[in-house]
Design a protein around this ligand. Sequence first.
Ligand SMILES: Nc1ncnc2c1ncn2[C@@H]1O[C@H](COP(=O)(O)OP(=O)(O)OP(=O)(O)O)[C@@H](O)[C@H]1O
Length: 288
Amino acid sequence: MKTINKKEFNKYIFSNIKETVLNYNLIEEDELIAVALSGGKDSVLTLYALNQLKKDNKIPNFKLIAISVDEGIKHYRNHGLETARQISNELEIKLVEKSFKEEFKYELDDIYSYFKSACIVCGIFRRTILNKTAHNLGVDKLATGHNLDDEIQSFLMSFARGDTIKFSKFGPKLNRIHPKLTPRIKPLWNLPEKDVGTWAVLNDINIHLDECPYSYLSLRSKIKNFLNQTESKNKGTKRNIMESFKKTFNITPPKANLKECQLCGEPCSGDICKTCETLKIIKAQKKL
Ligand SMILES: Nc1ncnc2c1ncn2[C@@H]1O[C@H](COP(=O)(O)OP(=O)(O)OP(=O)(O)O)[C@@H](O)[C@H]1O
């Protein structure tokens, strides 16, 4: 097996991320950036890389904080949260912790069975908490650890569901479309997941590598397995899919006409936001 030169590999990883940040103008002078930190390898690398970029001072005076969300998944999230605390402490970056329990009164373990897939309710609640927290903290952009694999999985999921509106979420930067909606950036957008894993192992980073116990049920996991199998037989498939998307889909997002939810005031496209609709379903189920 070929041995990997750690120094060269780290150089490749950090210059790949730096290139994405600079080429797509993900971060600007004086901005406050929050990293959505799960404690998994992708968001941990995002925090390390943005911290390195801050030290390089190529973008003057930008500031970093981290936000972690405890969804309430026994034997899974605790390890991630410990990692998040340890790494933010090591890098001297403020960590803000939130939880489903504190925000919505329910843990994911108690409510997932009311839904077709736990990932749906988990994603809705997590997006709301991350956005609300970032907005309340005056954050300019929220950085997630989405990598090249995540991006092409999302794209193929939109194809599989015929949900073409989601194509407009493709790309490393989602602009502000409502004053209460914090723009998202994906510094790892052009980095394959395998390389993130190699970085973590080579550098002995104390991350939690467990898969979420609910993820195997999702469409994402099926597409992920399909892509991994295809890539192992046809090297370069994932990178080619990404390049095809970049060339073919130059989509202008539809003009967003977002309102504010009549129940909670968070931005949404209808009268009631997805989070409040989901909470209604849970309350109805609890009464049965
Ligand atoms: N509990 C959480 N708290 C804060 N941010 C989260 C949390 N879960 C996910 N995220 C953010 O969303 C991104 C994508 O989440 P996903 O669940 O797909 O995990 P992932 O691809 O395994 O990433 P990671 O390795 O960072 O966990 C993460 O990289 C992270 O930035």
